[in-house]
Design a protein around this ligand. Structure first.
Ligand SMILES: [Zn+2]
Length: 488
């Protein structure tokens, strides 16, 4: 495995290019990924980010690295909204739902745990929460103030971006220039406490109606959002660690500000490799509430997205995601999902067929080269779509052998089987779902379709439609044709 570890190449967002991966300590990796903010259910786009980092984590483990994977939970703090304002989203959700902030946090924590289980994601090594690390956040803020990169106003503390820019490059990660930012950011008004528009809150003085408040050297208040990640990553991974990841939307300002805080307190960029996962499109458009193409990860499983004609299993959705590279766009369409469903079943069938094929004295194709192509794909910045294509290449050979048009030796069969199982189950994180359900379902479906046929013969369209719609919700599409009714 050491040889494969040495071949790993990662696209580093900090440099804008792929580079060989060299960990700080040989054989060990510290990886931090920004986790969910518990004020609502994560949407499908957030899930894609978490699933992609799950893939990355799984492959690093497979390569034999000892990985400490920290993914935080934001359960308090002021998030920067699209208008550049810092708002307490958990507090706002609590007021809107007439619940305590902690009820909001626990409600969405349970939902997130459930999604993690359903989508077959490995739990991180540590999932620290922001509220467990208030003291650590206060200490880092004090250090930033001591170093001269932050100032206090009226019980709040802000990062002094202009002072920081005299010593460091603000924009090193995002490439954003402060003068360009000025044009797209609202101008400061008289009520603003910030001295400069690009300054951001490290600590916010509490409002009288805040449900969660902490004591600090500057009075009662709440932490800023960015400082949480700096405190938690430093505590568990040190001032410098190997990989920092998150969604593309976090590159600016969140990750840029994390770098500024680490440089402002400890004098170094926290991570050697910055990795960003891309967002989602639905039917060619960016997923957004305003476009009406917004859905939750559970809705695609129960068929209630209102966008697709049927439901899909979590394995099919996960397999669908693996067919796009983590840095590329992924477009959810009916056609692509249906194709993935077929592809996923074909892959699982291939694995089953491999079990049953007869071996011969020799092999008619190069198994070692095929297996090494699996590694080559993943070593090239975790290129899962190429890996999937190579797995289908293996299925093609398996089917040829099964039809008597190719051959495989006993040693090659066991090498191929072991590699395919590792890459399908352990790396891609796909569990086996077979047509066994379909076999068991067939007599039940005959009965249901008979009943529907009777209803139609009696012109009872309500019952007939009720059966069709109910089946569609369960992911089964009924099609009526001249020569009979089919389902799939
Ligand atoms: Zn973060």
């Amino acid at each position: 495995m050491k040889e494969q570890q040495d071949q790993l190449v990662i696209y580093n967002s900090l440099k804008g290019e792929k580079e060989p991966f060299v960990p700080l300590v040989e054989g060990k990796i510290g990886m931090y990924v920004c986790g969910p903010t518990l004020y609502s259910e994560p949407h499908m786009g957030n899930m894609r980010t978490f699933i992609n980092f799950d893939l990355i984590y799984r492959y690093l483990l497979h390569l034999g690295f000892q990985v400490k994977y920290v993914r935080n939970i934001t359960d308090a703090g002021h998030i920067t909204n699209s208008a550049g304002q810092e708002v307490d989203s958990i507090g706002a959700a609590a007021k809107a739902e007439q619940l305590h902030s902690l009820e909001i946090v626990y409600k969405y924590a349970v939902k997130f745990q459930e999604l993690q289980r359903v989508y077959n994601m490995l739990p991180p090594s540590i999932e620290p929460t922001a509220t467990q690390h208030i003291q650590e956040q206060i200490e880092i803020i004090e250090q930033i103030i001591t170093n001269g990169y932050a100032y206090q106003v009226n019980g709040s503390v802000y990062f002094d971006t202009r002072r920081y820019m005299q010593d460091y490059n603000y924009g090193i990660l995002s490439g954003r220039k402060v003068d360009e930012l000025e044009n797209e950011t609202r101008t400061l008004n008289a009520q603003d406490e910030k001295r400069f528009f690009a300054d951001f809150a490290l600590w916010k003085k509490s409002n009288p109606d805040d449900m969660q408040v902490w004591r600090s050297p500057w009075g009662n208040g709440n932490p800023g959002w960015h400082i949480e990640c700096t405190a938690m990553s430093t505590k568990y991974l040190g001032k410098q660690f190997d990989i920092h990841g998150g969604g593309m939307d976090l590159k600016f300002p969140h990750h840029e500000d994390e770098i500024a805080q680490s440089c402002g307190s400890f004098g170094c960029n926290p991570a050697r490799y910055w990795m960003h996962a891309n967002m989602l499109n639905v039917n060619g458009q960016k997923m957004s509430k305003s476009f009406g193409n917004y859905f939750l990860p559970k809705q695609i499983l129960d068929g209630s997205t209102g966008l697709f004609e049927k439901s899909y299993t979590a394995n099919v959705v996960r397999f669908f995601m693996m067919q796009a590279h983590y840095r590329s766009n992924l477009d959810f369409t009916q056609e692509a999902l249906n194709a993935s469903e077929k592809g996923y079943l074909r892959l699982m069938e291939g694995l089953k067929t491999l079990d049953n094929i007869q071996t011969t004295a020799s092999t008619s194709f190069d198994v070692a080269a095929l297996v090494s192509s699996f590694y080559k794909a993943m070593n090239d910045d975790f290129n899962a779509p190429i890996l999937v294509a190579q797995l289908f290449e293996a299925v093609k050979h398996i089917n040829l052998i099964s039809d008597g048009n190719a051959s495989i030796s006993i040693a090659d069969k066991s090498e191929l089987k072991a590699a395919m199982e590792v890459f399908i189950h352990d790396v891609l994180g796909l569990a086996t779902e077979s047509n066994a359900t379909e076999t068991r379902l067939a007599p039940v479906m005959d009965l249901v379709l008979d009943l529907r046929q009777q209803a139609r013969a009696n012109k009872d369209w309500t019952t007939s439609d009720q059966i069709r719609d109910g089946l569609a919700k369960a992911g089964i599409i009924v099609k009526d044709a001249k020569d009979g009714t089919t389902w799939n």
